[in-house]
Design a protein around this ligand. Structure first.
Ligand code: ZN
Length: 202
């Protein structure tokens, strides 16, 4: 049976509840092996940051074959990431894409650092990731001029994920069409290191 976006979201929310409360369902290797031998049928795409503490399958209590994960620092959406999402949504009729940011994100912290110290030199490709996130950080600064740095970082993490949701539709006519047809939902979310809870922004 194919799940709707709402049903898929409910499964992820429940999976995260199990994970954050310590009630984790561990997948037995025999089960996993059977799934690996069969065709994959992932129910959601997760565009996550590469942070070593953010393990999308685990934080949603999902196992082999359950979610199609794309990981890149800052969970940004450049053509390779968008193409991977298009592939998974088309190939597996996936109804839900989650853009997953997280607390204490190094990519966001680096971008804030560069905004505060413009003379800072980064390796050229890392610079591209920072340049991608920079407009969001500048917007957050502009709108929260008196906020503490920690608050700026917190807001920038949320806004970055939300802006990437918008960018996915702006930069993919395929994803935009699916969303307009009600066949696909794209949502932003944030994983908290403190609580292990994923907060979804609708
Ligand atoms: Zn990160």
């Amino acid at each position: 049976m194919r799940y709707t976006a709402e049903q898929t979201l409910d499964i992820l929310v429940e999976g995260n509840r199990k994970f954050s409360s310590g009630e984790i369902a561990v997948q037995r290797f025999e089960d996993a092996h059977q799934i690996m031998m069969a065709d994959q049928k992932p129910m959601a795409v997760i565009l996550s940051c590469s942070d070593s503490r953010v393990l999308p399958e685990q934080i949603f209590s999902q196992g082999f074959g359950d979610v199609f994960v794309i990981r890149v620092a800052g969970n940004i959406a450049k053509p390779s990431q968008i193409g991977s999402i298009e592939y998974a949504v088309k190939q597996y009729e996936i109804p839900l894409v989650v853009v997953l940011g997280h607390s204490d994100c190094g990519a966001i912290a680096s971008t804030i650092d560069v905004c505060r110290n413009p003379s800072k030199v980064l390796p050229e490709n890392l610079q591209q990731i920072v340049d991608d996130i920079k407009p969001t950080v500048i917007d957050v600064y502009e709108n929260n001029k008196t906020a503490e740095l920690v608050e700026i970082a917190k807001l920038a993490i949320q806004e970055n994920a939300k802006n990437i949701v918008i960018e996915l539709c702006e930069n993919s006519s395929f994803l935009k069409q699916r969303v307009e047809d009600g066949e696909l939902k794209i949502v932003a979310a944030k994983f908290s290191m403190d609580t292990a809870i994923v907060e979804f922004f609708d």
